[in-house]
Design a protein around this ligand. Structure first.
Ligand code: HEC
Ligand SMILES: [Cu+2]
Length: 330
């Protein structure tokens, strides 16, 4: 869990960009950094030289000549500073324009990324996909994001693919990136948004075109019907326990809630609760027993009746049935 972050830092490593946007941004960062380090060394060097050369020596009693500086030197330094600012500004402005939009002639995929306390909703309207916390993109194809929020300010960030952009309620922000290598890329909400902000993670997988189309076909189709008796009873509980008021399941009349993640294909997700814990039987049951334990202040724990009123608490038996149903939603 927590150690994942330390053991797999490569999934977050912006120093190892995996696409054109992140890679240009990294180059610009280092260009600016090296230039500034150069200036620091020169200015610091002069300072050190002056300190050593002009410091009072034993026996010096007279005050040195009191001067008011050199106009020529000062004007000269102002000009040099102006030139340095221009040297930094030109590539910055150039890159702003270059990265404003994907290259002409490319066919970008449109995705809506919507921040919620404390999870991400993803929609791909072109393919009718509505999912949460985990999505796939085609490798080598630009993806344009429409980034917004339903509650507070979040920030959408996939370090290996691009810089951050804020998700602001009532406003659509824009970002695009492209992954040049297949693989998993981790994302993280990068704007403090509440008690479980640090656990508001997500994952992007770049796959080949064929796998991408298979995935969107699956994601956009109705949820599977439960096969075992346990899962069938779980499906009924999903309605009677009011889970449907917050969660949507495609093809399940009544399950159209939008407060929580769409669970149509929940069984396919590698992790649960905002990519915070592995999606396995034990964690799922623990989540259903007490979601606040994993994510303090999450909306399910704060608002679902079974977690605020003991009279509605789920029994072990009910949790088992619900978990069996959810596991079959792949
Ligand atoms: C008040 C609205 C609400 C109700 C009622 C509710 N949930 Fe949730 N649920 C949420 C929210 C919000 C999240 C996301 C929490 C987070 O990650 O911050 C969530 C997350 C989940 C997740 C994890 C999803 C994922 O992709 O990580 C599962 C599974 C889940 N709920 C199942 C249930 C079940 C089963 C019930 C009924 C017993 C239920 N929920 C009732 C709001 C609700
Ligand atoms: Cu957030």
């Amino acid at each position: 869990m927590f150690l994942d972050f330390i053991l797999a830092p490569q999934m977050y490593d912006w120093l190892d960009p995996a696409g054109p946007v992140a890679s240009d941004q990294k180059d610009l960062f280092f260009f600016t950094l090296y230039l500034c380090v150069g200036i620091f060394v020169i200015v610091g060097g002069f300072m050190l030289y002056s300190i050593l050369k002009f410091k009072a020596k034993p026996g010096d009693e007279e005050l040195p000549d009191q001067e008011h500086g050199s106009t020529q030197l000062e004007v000269g330094l102002m000009i040099v500073s102006g030139i340095l600012v221009a040297i930094i500004a030109v590539p910055n402005v150039k890159l702003l324009y270059k990265l404003a939009k994907p290259p002409r002639g490319s066919d970008p995929l449109q995705i809506n990324a919507i921040g919620h306390q404390f999870w991400w909703e993803f929609e791909i309207p072109e393919y009718g996909v509505e999912t949460a916390n985990e999505f796939k993109i085609p490798v080598g194809r630009p993806v344009e994001f429409n980034v917004s929020s339903v509650d507070v300010i979040h920030s959408f960030w996939v370090p290996r693919l691009a810089g951050k952009v804020d998700a602001v309620p009532g406003r659509d922000n824009y970002l695009w990136f492209q992954a040049d290598e297949e693989g998993w890329y981790s994302g993280q909400c990068a704007e403090l948004c509440g008690a479980s902000h640090a656990k508001m993670k997500f994952e992007v997988q770049a796959v080949n075109e064929e796998d991408f189309l298979l995935w969107v076909e699956k994601e956009s189709s109705p949820a599977r019907q439960p096969t075992t008796d346990l899962a069938k009873e779980g499906k009924d509980l999903f309605l009677t326990k009011m889970c449907v008021t917050c969660h949507a399941v495609k093809g399940y009349d009544g399950a159209i809630g939008i407060t929580g993640p769409n669970l149509s294909h929940f069984g396919n997700r590698r992790k649960l609760a905002g990519m915070w814990i592995e999606n396995n039987q034990e964690n799922l049951e623990n989540w259903l027993a007490n979601p606040a334990k994993f994510k303090p202040d999450n909306i399910m724990a704060l608002q679902a009746p079974m977690y605020i009123d003991e009279n509605f608490a789920l029994t072990k038996d009910e949790i088992e049935k619900l978990a069996a149903y959810l596991k079959e939603l792949y």
